[in-house]
Design a protein. Structure first.
Length: 138
C-alpha cells in the first residue's frame, strides 16, 4: 500500500504529531515562544578560556597528559578546570586556571582545601609559564 500524499500540507513526523496531540489533550503544555532579541548578542569571551587553551598545548608539548573538565560534566561547582598527569616526574593533580585578576570562589577554595587534606596536588595558575613551572617543580 502506497503512502498518502496531499499537496500543500507539510509532512510531519510521528514525534511532532504525537506532541501536538498531547498538547491538545492537555497532557503537555504548548511551547513557549521566545521574545525576539532587541540587540544582537556579543560573543562570550573570557581571558581564562584563551589561557586554558595555551596551557593545555604547552603541557602536552612537555609530555603531560591533560584532561579538561567541562562544567556540565562536573555537575558541581568548585572542581578544578584541568586534571593532569606527568608520568616523567610521577605526579598528577588538579589545576585551576585563573586570569591575572581572577579569584577563587568559595566552592573552589573548599575543593582546594579538600585536595590538600587528601594529599592531592592542586595548583592555581595564571599563565602557561606558571603551568610549566608546576611540571618542572613536581
Amino acid at each position: 500500500m502506497g503512502r498518502l500524499r496531499i499537496s500543500g500540507i507539510e509532512r510531519k513526523t510521528k514525534k511532532s504529531c504525537a506532541y501536538e496531540t498531547m498538547v491538545d489533550l492537555g497532557l503537555k503544555k504548548a511551547p513557549v515562544k521566545r521574545k525576539e532579541e532587541t540587540k544582537p548578542r556579543v560573543p562570550y569571551r573570557r581571558e581564562e578560556d584563551r589561557i586554558r587553551t595555551d596551557i593545555i598545548k604547552a603541557m602536552r608539548k612537555k609530555g603531560a597528559k591533560v584532561w579538561r573538565v567541562e562544567p556540565s560534566f562536573r555537575g558541581k561547582f568548585g572542581l578544578g578546570d584541568l586534571w593532569f598527569m606527568y608520568p616523567q616526574r610521577g605526579f598528577a593533580g588538579w589545576m585551576e586556571v585563573k586570569s591575572s585578576n581572577g579569584k577563587l570562589s568559595k566552592a573552589q577554595r573548599d575543593f582546594s582545601r579538600d585536595c590538600v587534606r587528601c594529599n592531592i596536588n592542586y595548583y592555581v595558575v595564571r599563565s602557561e609559564l606558571e603551568a610549566i613551572a608546576v611540571l618542572n617543580r613536581g
